[in-house]
Ligand binder design. Structure first.
Ligand code: NAD
Ligand code: UDP
Length: 319
């Protein structure tokens, strides 16, 4: 198949492109490198079935081959206000890629009669009052808070998709991805896992925000990619909205301790600053729908996934 992946040079996108190439597909990776890196796709560039297109998907894209499937993953994704590639630093770009970009790409999908998958997020549930979060939960999002540039853009992205279901009969689906981690996250991304691993490897203090009692459930990237591909390829998935994420839930403080232990680090764990505004206190997906519809659930243990990620950052920080 001929498959277009937006955000293919990013963390999740680069793993997806690799898997699609292994399956024998031809991959058109469309990325403007705003929060991704050529390093993530260096090895893929050797494959003649991998075509990199440096393009901002906010602008319309003309492609002169028939496209069968489109995965729309392009968007800054880090919430960390210390990161220069966070959705705070790239607020306008984030709002536009998930709205105008989604609209442009859906028009392209319609033209090509291609199947479409939109990467939405657990953030559309905001700071949730329902726990764990099922797809039917409508969320608790602060429309003008600091995270709204991402959360509300993703929510409007979902609205645009639903319009294309209703009015244009486009074969589209929405995946709500929960915290995913693994190799190819960028050092400057500064999400929790990246920060804690890099700090632990350098024997520097692990910076816990707030008192560390807020919780997250972490899914290893190969499991997330498998979920995305099943949602695209399983029959009768058009118009479906599915949570993809892990259910094993820990507090941020527990993750700090786990990483310190796995890296044999001498680092201290410090409560370095206040919890950022609107930082969700708890997060865990209800994945009953993914299990039933896609026969999907995570397979990689947290310890194994963390070890692979630690090895990756050990390699990246050598010299
Ligand atoms: P990432 O920042 O590593 O990758 C995103 C990629 O999109 C980058 O390579 C970036 O350069 C590219 N991009 C951004 N704007 C673009 C534009 N206008 N045109 C072309 N390319 C553009 O992020 P990620 O963690 O791999 O996330 C991928 C997708 O999954 C995002 O849509 C994100 O919102 C969603 N998601 C991720 C997580 C997670 O835990 N990683 C959780 C929920 C949702
Ligand atoms: N966090 C932290 N220290 C850091 C980075 C993040 O305590 O150095 C916290 C952050 O406030 C949040 C959790 O870890 O409560 C997960 O943050 P991440 O950046 O991974 O993304 P989020 O799950 O908030 O989207």
């Amino acid at each position: 198949m001929q498959i277009l992946v937006t955000g293919g040079a990013g963390f999740i996108g680069s793993h997806l492109c690799k898997k699609l190439l292994e399956n024998g597909d031809t991959v058109y990776c469309v990325d403007n490198l705003i929060s991704g890196s050529k390093h993530n796709i260096e090895a893929l560039m050797q494959n003649p079935r991998f075509i990199f297109i440096n393009h901002d998907v906010i602008q319309s894209l003309n492609i002169d081959v028939e496209i069968d499937q489109m995965y729309h993953l392009a968007s800054p994704a880090s919430p960390n206000h210390h990161s220069k590639i966070s959705y705070h630093a790239l607020a306008l770009e984030t709002m536009l890629v998930n709205t105008t970009g989604t609209l442009e790409l859906l028009n392209l999908a319609k033209k090509h009669d291609a199947q479409f998958l939109f990467a939405s997020t657990s953030e559309i549930y905001g700071d949730p009052e329902v726990h764990p979060q099922p797809e039917t939960y409508q969320g608790s999002v602060h429309t003008t808070g600091p995270r709204s540039v991402y959360d509300e853009a993703k929510r409007f992205g979902e609205t645009i998709i639903s319009y294309f279901w209703r009015e244009h009969n486009v074969n589209a689906r929405i995946v709500r991805i929960f915290n995913t981690y693994g190799p190819n996250m960028l050092v400057e991304d500064k999400r929790m896992i990246v920060n804690f691993i890099l700090q632990a490897l350098a024997d520097k203090p692990l910076t816990v925000y707030g008192d560390g009692s807020q919780s997250r459930s972490l899914c290893y990237v190969s499991d997330t990619v498998e979920g995305l591909m099943r949602l695209m390829n399983y029959p009768d998935t058009s118009q479906e909205i599915v949570n993809i994420g892990a259910q094993e839930e820990h507090t941020v403080l527990e993750y700090a301790h786990m990483i310190k232990k796995l890296t044999n680090s001498k680092s201290e764990i410090v409560m370095s600053e206040q919890l950022p505004e609107d930082d969700p206190k708890q997060r865990q997906p209800d994945i009953a729908k993914a299990k039933k519809l896609l026969n999907w659930e995570p397979t990689v243990t947290l310890e194994h996934g963390l070890q692979k990620t630690i090895e990756y950052f050990q390699d990246r920080t050598k010299n």
